[in-house]
Ligand binder design. Structure first.
Ligand code: ATP
Ligand code: MG
Length: 361
């Protein structure tokens, strides 16, 4: 089949690779320059986006911030209704959707003006995280506050746009479920993975080292099914959770939902017989899903660094992914997957290399 991917960043590139592997044709759209481009070359085709949409059988995206003009042009070639995805680009609507579906999130309230912000914040008796409704990623457009701290000082930042105030969660750890829903409704999820963030940016993922209690995997898959069925979603989707409580008492609170392939699924390029990018393409094209075989894998992000040390390229368990992007502080420029290590070895790699690989501020 012929696929057109909106976006040619690293996610678009990795989706394109899966298209090639699975026997499909693929073109990308550079959504900044509004040009039709090939995978892995900085050139543009002499082709309009409307022509590329006509050429394609299926249109999909690397990121959910869609240009309304592209949505209109793609018409029925987008297999998920773009209107239905809108709540996931707006924190108030995303939270409201979870409430409506009976899926637990951190306690929250919304504000739409400076006055409402101040009134809402002053009611909180505990530490909170304030998040702008639109446009936040990698911890941007977020603020922390606790009782006793100055409210007015925050108004100039957080109070300038609509947003949410939510309880600061003392989580045991953060996890995510990544999975895919096919055109015919089949669903396949990976095991829950553990994600560690630094300054609000994903630093590394531990996949398939520890098995999470079955009831948590079950709850995560249940949330995945409810959300994807509610949205009529086709493709790969990720849900980030906080784990609160311990043992049998442990439960999941949804933090965020990403209707796309996600950084916390990058381990699957190395640690599984089908990556999250393969699952996305298989879901769109209604190909069979495989029976998943997973190996313990560490995914370590490279953020803002100029290069990856030779020792990591040469490491016997590593697979390096370099995105070919201009390094900038806080910008994801690559990642390294390490497969078949012990948890101790994985922890040592994190300890030894995180500082050198991640320039956060
Ligand atoms: P992404 O890049 O994943 O889209 P983001 O910038 O949109 O991230 P969140 O995922 O909401 O933002 O927050 C980033 C990180 O900040 C979380 O992974 C978590 O570590 C921390 N965080 C966010 N909200 C809370 C909360 N309510 N309680 C505790 N920690 C939080
Ligand atoms: Mg997040």
């Amino acid at each position: 089949m012929k696929l057109l991917i909106l976006g040619n960043g690293q996610l678009g590139q990795m989706l394109a690779q899966s298209c090639i592997q699975l026997g499909h044709e693929v073109l990308l759209v550079n959504t900044r320059s509004n040009q039709v481009v090939p995978a892995a070359a900085h050139i543009a085709f002499d082709m309009t986006i409307a022509e590329a949409m006509q050429w394609a059988d299926i249109v999909s995206w690397e990121h959910e911030q869609l240009d309304p003009e592209h949505v209109q042009l793609a018409a029925d070639k987008l297999l998920t209704d773009a209107d239905k995805i809108r709540p996931l680009t707006h924190r108030q609507l995303e939270k409201a959707m979870c409430d409506e579906l009976g899926i637990k999130t951190s306690p929250w309230n919304a504000y739409d003006s400076q006055t409402a912000f101040v009134t809402a914040l002053e009611k909180w008796q505990q530490a909170v995280v304030i998040k702008a409704s639109f446009g936040g990623y990698d911890g941007k457009s977020q603020w922390r506050w606790q009782p006793g701290e100055d409210v007015q000082a925050l108004v100039a930042h957080a109070g300038q746009q609509p947003g949410i105030i939510e309880a600061m969660i003392p989580f045991q750890c953060e996890v995510s479920i990544v999975g895919a829903r096919a055109r015919d409704g089949r669903i396949l999820c990976y095991p829950l993975v553990e994600n560690v963030h630094r300054q609000g940016i994903l630093s590394h993922t531990f996949a398939a080292f520890d098995t999470f209690p079955a009831h948590l995997q079950h709850a995560a898959e249940d949330a995945f099914r409810k959300i994807t069925e509610h949205l009529g979603y086709v493709g790969t989707l990720a849900i980030e959770f906080f784990v609160v409580g311990e043992g049998e008492e442990a439960e999941l609170l949804v933090n965020e939902i990403a209707p796309r392939v996600h950084n916390s699924g990058h381990w699957s390029l190395t640690g599984c017989n089908a990556s999250q990018f393969d699952l996305h393409i298989r879901a769109l094209t209604n190909m069979p899903f495989p029976q998943l075989t997973v190996s313990p894998t560490l995914m370590l992000n490279a953020i803002g660094c100029e290069k990856i040390a030779d020792a990591l390229w040469q490491h016997p368990h590593s697979q390096v992914f370099w995105y070919g992007k201009e390094p900038r502080v806080g910008r994801k420029v690559g990642h390294i997957n390490f497969r078949d290590l012990s948890k101790d070895q994985a922890n040592s790699l994190v300890e030894d290399w995180t500082e050198a690989l991640q320039l956060l501020s």
